[in-house]
Design a protein around this ligand. Structure first.
Ligand code: ACM
Length: 241
């Protein structure tokens, strides 16, 4: 199985532009069965106010998911992508799992980071594991990585791969620790980070793929923070599916 990430620079508040950029990247990406995109790929990250986040929000089955579905159908791939999600009058920092037939799953970030608490509700869907046919998939979003019990719950729930859409801002810290979570829980992990800067926050790129031996895939090395995007794939040697 080939898994990978798409590292790029969403633009804050530019929902239509981000949707179009994602679509283009996915249509150009190397062949893979599973590709992971950054946290809040639909909207950008560093909102000044909840009203700003609300302006950029959409439902889990809105235009962003429809566009991912179209790309998934063309490329026969499954995507995990961060979404600024609205349901009723509430906002969530979410990730959708989308394949050729549409949305397969939804995860809402459990551990909100800094001022995210002023914008989003804490996730209320637990830590689901989705059976993609090719693998069993769990999802964590960015800061969730710091909580060992989250990885353990996913592993005990049968996850083989964890998709980790991120907007990391502390250089190298997550990238050093996630291989240990992969090792101790026997997981493949795809951390898809973003690059660029928003209102004084600099995002650190360095997306990576880790295997259950804890080793990052050499092909998943960062291209550097100036790269507009990059993808990497990993062949999963142990699987019969
Ligand atoms: C983060 O959770 N975006 C650091």
């Amino acid at each position: 199985m080939r898994i990978g990430y798409v590292q790029f620079e969403p633009r804050l508040g530019a929902v239509e532009e981000n949707r179009a950029a994602v679509r283009e990247l996915l249509l150009e990406a190397p062949e893979a069965e599973l590709l992971v995109l950054p946290e809040l790929a639909s909207s950008g990250y560093h909102f000044a106010t909840r009203a700003d986040a609300w302006e950029c929000s959409e439902t889990a089955d809105g235009a962003f998911t429809a566009s991912l579905t179209e790309a998934a159908r063309k490329r026969n791939c499954t995507y995990v992508a961060g979404l600024c999600e609205r349901e009723g009058d509430q906002l969530w920092n979410s990730a959708v799992v989308v394949g050729p037939t549409g949305r397969i799953g939804l995860y809402r970030k459990a551990h909100l980071f800094l001022n995210e608490r002023d914008l989003f509700e804490p996730g209320n869907l637990g830590l689901p594991v989705f059976d993609l046919g090719t693998c069993r998939l769990g999802v964590l979003i960015c800061f969730d990585w710091q909580f060992p019990e989250a990885w353990r719950v996913l592993a005990l729930g049968g996850a083989e791969v964890v998709a980790h859409p991120s907007n990391l801002v502390i250089p190298g810290r997550c990238q050093r620790v996630v291989p240990l979570h992969a090792l101790s829980n026997r997981l493949f992990v795809v951390t898809a980070n973003r690059v660029g800067e928003e209102r004084g926050l600099r995002f650190t790129g360095r997306s990576q793929i880790n295997d259950p031996g804890g080793k990052p895939s050499p092909r998943a090395r960062p291209r550097g923070p100036r790269s507009p995007w990059s993808t990497s794939t990993l062949t999963w040697p142990g699987t019969s599916r």
